[in-house]
Design a protein around this ligand. Sequence first.
Ligand code: DC
Length: 231
Amino acid sequence: MSSKVPVLCLDGPSGSGKGTVGQICAQRLGWQYLDSGAIYRALAFSLREAGIDVADINSAVQQAAQLQVACLPDPNGAAKISINGVDTGQELRTEEIGELASQLASEPRIRDAMLAVQRRARRPPGLVADGRDMGTTVFPDATLKIFLTATPKIRARRRYKQLKLKGFDVNLAHLFQVIQDRDARDAQRRASPLIPADDAVTLDTTDLEITEVVSRVLDLLQPRLVHERAE
Ligand code: DC
């Protein structure tokens, strides 16, 4: 019998559906949930609050070492994130914080410091982890690794809808450009680029409803869980 805490990794670019799919899966399974993008956003936010420039890597690494982030899944929207016990509301979800997070995420020393913050979320009975490098770097021994994709156009439309629903004033053409620029930076960076793990299953969600994606992911997970438990 394995004593390993099972992990379901959902990686992919912004707007691929990983957040919504991850939160529904976590709720169905009764597992912990990690929104790793929110962890980078939380660092960007706490640096801004402390008046520290994101380019000041030494200070950012120190700040990361003290960061305690909790994610509570909300299948109807973005996960609720608290930093060092304080709820952040919508403040983490702005494009400005997303940009700062992406800059921080391209720095290898920051990524190293964030490994411990993310791995602390692996607690029984299991963890659903969503991000860019969950399967390649953070949880290489995961039970199942899924890589979600969708065309940039559909991803920009999904982000637009999400942000509008949250009351943000956004422009679709601008969002499309931001998404393409951020994808390029996330995919080209040397430290943990946005690429599928060798053993990941890739799912294109462009023409799929969320419920279909959730069913496919859970169908793939069940036999692996049985196998892992028997090991
Ligand atoms: O998914 P998001 O938009 O909340 O992520 C914010 C930024 O953090 C994004 O530009 C990429 C980065 N990120 C990362 O590099 N690795 C992760 N595991 C999660 C997010």
